[in-house]
Design a protein around this ligand. Sequence first.
Ligand SMILES: [Zn+2]
Ligand SMILES: [Zn+2]
Length: 127
Amino acid sequence: MQSGQLDNCIICGRLFLKDHTDSCLDCYREIEHNLNLVADFLEIDQNRYATIEEVSEFTNVSVKQIAEFLRDGLIFSEDYPNLGYRCAHCGKLIKRQLLCNECFNRFSTDVNRTLMQEKLLNEIDSK
Ligand SMILES: [Zn+2]
Ligand SMILES: [Zn+2]
């Protein structure tokens, strides 16, 4: 077993012993709690067609965090027809990656694609 190293929590900035996560235990528990709230909400049959805004409203979990759950595959969005988040460029509803296919294809011909993705990530973070 490899021992962890100290790092700053990506959420609260506190120093913590980095193990499997990028956040400290407190933030990790908070995220896990939020994930359970969202998963429980979606388990109810009549909530299957909820949008991300509705889920956020009912669970008090931020749209940004729910989008992260979807992007990380923690919530399987294919099961929920209306559940997705906005393409970082054109705002279309998507279920994976940062960009919709059209925008991705457009940027993938761009030599600055990596830079562009970083810029978009920063934009999302600042929202
Ligand atoms: Zn933290
Ligand atoms: Zn797009």
